[in-house]
Design a protein around this ligand. Structure first.
Ligand code: IDP
Ligand code: MG
Length: 149
């Protein structure tokens, strides 16, 4: 079972797109197992984006992600990483396909609304960076058999 960390970034929150973005994953059929509304500390942002340290956009990225509250979520499911990444769309919203979150709602790479883990391994790692195991909810979804064969 894969887990992906999804963030509604500060621009998504400020623009009133939290419900819209969360709804995309909910309607897709992914299963929510954790959610919190937080202001990320610089330390958490630096840990989360450690792989991008040294890139020209790194400082702006840390500033952006800590500039206002985010919705941090853990979504679970078979192939959750691929499904979520495809629903999110390409990193640069102007190149993202229509129908994706970024392709429908964004215009700038530095304001691309949402984060999603890029591999099964990173999904587990990132979820555990934002959530303790006790904060994650194990629950049975009554619609499961209408979503999964
Ligand atoms: P991803 O979010 O699609 O996985 P990554 O390459 O992991 O994209 O980059 C992490 C985040 O860093 C992006 O979502 C975006 O907010 C920011 N970013 C990436 N490349 C650039 C850039 O060239 N300019 C400005 N921001 C960038
Ligand atoms: Mg990434």
């Amino acid at each position: 079972m894969e887990r992906t960390l999804i963030l509604v970034k500060p621009d998504g929150v400020q623009r009133g797109l939290m419900g819209e973005i969360i709804g995309r994953f909910e309607r897709r059929g992914l299963k929510l197992v954790g959610m919190k509304f937080i202001l990320m500390s610089t330390e958490l942002a630096e840990r989360h984006y450690a792989v991008h340290q040294g890139r020209p956009f790194y400082n702006d990225l840390v500033e952006y992600i800590t500039s206002g509250p985010v919705v941090a979520m853990a979504w679970e499911g078979k192939e959750a990483i691929t499904a979520a990444r495809n629903s999110i769309g390409a990193t640069n919203p102007v190149e993202a396909s229509a129908g994706t979150i970024r392709g429908d709602l964004g215009m700038e790479i530095g304001r691309n609304l949402v984060h999603g883990s890029d591999s099964a391994e990173n999904g587990l790692k990132e979820v555990s960076l934002f959530f303790s195991e006790e904060e994650l909810v194990a629950w049975d979804r009554v619609t499961e058999e209408w979503i999964r064969e």
